[in-house]
Design a protein around this ligand. Structure first.
Ligand SMILES: *Cc1c(COP(=O)(O)O)cnc(C)c1O
Length: 224
């Protein structure tokens, strides 16, 4: 192995405030990098492609908690539900319904996050704040016994402008609070704020993140 995964993992872990969990984003990185992080005690890993995830699951220990963080097509949901621990990238009611359906088939309650789209134009995926309110007001999710909405995920703008990034995290944070009070006041599991990546996770931690998704800083540059 030519990259110091162990050293970088510990640097990241040492810099996280208490209570913030690390999702080690292993997409495009080899299985041996994941094994190195696993040997250091890391258990939560994030992947963004269904096929890559399936291949890695087969080769790695079964107590890894896999988070799906990429854009998910409804026809792929069936493949990942059996071994996924959380789907962080729910961006439509249609997808939520399919996850619920597949959850029922596997007799499983699938933890999910709603993916927010706050950053200006970086991504074409995610719900705007209003989409998010609308989805929850609509209420259909309340009947879904095989999904559990645990919080929000978002990606800040890809910019060097720290004030802008901070402001986006603050926007996400206040939407989280609003939603929690309006829809999840009696649902203690609605508690996850997944924000912060390699370039901005320290700001994210200052702005309420409970879960950071870090790839490059731990595993080095991705080779596509
Ligand atoms: C790839 C990815 C990350 C990790 O990004 P890094 O900059 O490598 O830390 C985090 N979140 C999502 C949604 C991603 O797709």
């Amino acid at each position: 192995m030519n990259y110091d995964v162990r050293g970088h993992l510990h640097q990241v872990l040492d810099s996280l405030p208490k209570g913030v969990r690390l999702v080690a984003i292993s997409k495009y990185h080899p299985v041996e990098y994941i094994e190195t992080a696993y040997a250091e005690g890391q258990r939560i890993f994030g992947e963004s492609h269904e096929q890559e995830l399936r291949q890695k699951v087969e080769q790695l220990p079964s107590d890894i908690q896999w988070h799906f963080i990429g854009h998910l097509q409804t026809n792929k949901v069936r493949y990942i539900v059996p071994y996924i621990s959380m789907i962080e990238s729910v961006d439509s009611l249609r997808l939520l319904k399919e996850i619920n359906k597949q959850g029922a088939r596997h007799d499983k309650v699938v933890d999910v996050l709603l993916e927010l789209h706050i950053a200006a134009e970086e991504s074409k995926y995610g719900l705007t704040s209003d989409d998010c309110r609308q989805l929850l007001e609509d209420g259909e999710w309340r009947e879904m016994k095989n999904v559990r909405i645990c919080g929000l995920m978002m990606m800040a703008s890809n910019t060097g402008d720290a004030d802008k990034i901070r402001h986006e995290f603050q926007t996400a944070n206040s939407l989280f609070e609003e939603i929690r009070q309006r829809f999840f006041a009696d649902a203690p599991w609605f508690c996850e704020k997944s924000w912060g990546m390699s370039s901005d996770y320290l700001i994210a931690c200052e702005e309420g993140s409970t879960m950071v998704r870090i790839g490059t800083t731990i595993f080095g540059p991705r080779v596509y």
